[in-house]
Design a protein around this ligand. Structure first.
Ligand code: AP5
Length: 220
């Protein structure tokens, strides 16, 4: 099964991808996490990606696509994955389809999560993350039990460099899913719009229902 989570920054893709991956026992691949890992390790890819991420720009397609294609060749990805934050351009969408077709597979559904801009800014400015296990918190809506400590593993929480207000504004301007990419999935009957401005469990319920419809072969 291959599921795609699309949407502007901060609409809840990461939060939902983790919940769904747990429920469906599926692999979660987040290109943002792969880039942050490369930045942390100081690899050539990380150094290149960081300049774009710090400005709120997308990393160029050729870099992003080759990183993603390498990831899906790994043994744990042979049963498919939940793609979080990939694709973000039409070229990325086409590259993913080609790679999956070569394996006799395809995208089952593209779930497009939306939320109003003021809600997105509120969410990103209050987001805290666990650097060890990846758990996602929000200081108002989903605070950890102990300030700045992860409920799951106890590690100290941190905020992302690109959640500064100026970079959030740039990400919102530059990183909305392009209409041509949404049309690409819509024309193939794979696009499902999900209202992300509700309680996380309500969003999860809609996502799981859409996934069930897609895997039962019901077109959108
Ligand atoms: P990436 O890490 O993918 O960032 P993003 O798309 O901007 O998404 P976010 O992680 O910021 O938000 P999210 O939608 O996952 O929301 P979350 O669940 O955390 O990418 C980082 C950078 O890498 C990009 O800027 C780009 O440079 C580069 N990059 C990555 N992929 C690329 C690609 N394919 N091509 C080119 N470049 C790429 O939730 C946010 C907050 O809201 C949290 O605090 C959470 O607790 C809270 N929240 C979540 N859901 C709810 C809810 N329903 N109600 C209330 N609060 C909620």
């Amino acid at each position: 099964m291959n599921l795609i989570l699309l949407g502007p920054p901060g609409t809840g893709k990461g939060t939902q991808a983790k919940l769904i991956a747990d429920q469906l026992n599926a692999l979660h691949i987040a290109t943002g996490d792969l880039f942050r890992e490369a930045v942390k390790r100081g690899t050539e890819l990380g150094v290149r990606a960081k300049a774009y991420m710090d400005r709120g720009d997308l990393v160029p397609d050729e870099v992003t696509i080759s990183m993603l294609l390498e990831r899906i060749e790994q043994p744990d990805a042979q049963g498919g994955a939940i793609f979080d934050g990939f694709p973000r351009t039409l070229q990325q969408a086409r590259a993913l389809d080609e790679a999956l077709a070569a394996k006799g597979s395809e995208v089952d559904t593209a779930l497009h999560i939306t939320a109003p801009d003021d809600e997105i800014v509120r969410r990103l400015s209050g987001r805290w993350l666990c650097p060890s296990c990846g758990a996602i918190y929000h200081e108002q809506t989903h605070p950890p039990k102990q300030e700045r400590a992860c409920d799951k593993c106890g590690s100290e929480l941190h905020q992302r460099d690109d959640d500064r207000p100026d970079v959030v504004r740039a990400r919102l301007e530059k990183q909305r899913p392009p209409a041509e990419m949404l049309d690409y999935y819509r024309e193939r009957g794979k696009l499902v719009d999900i209202d992300g401005a509700r309680a996380p469990e309500e969003v999860t319920k809609d996502l799981l229902a859409a996934i069930e419809r897609a895997t039962a072969g019901v077109s959108n």
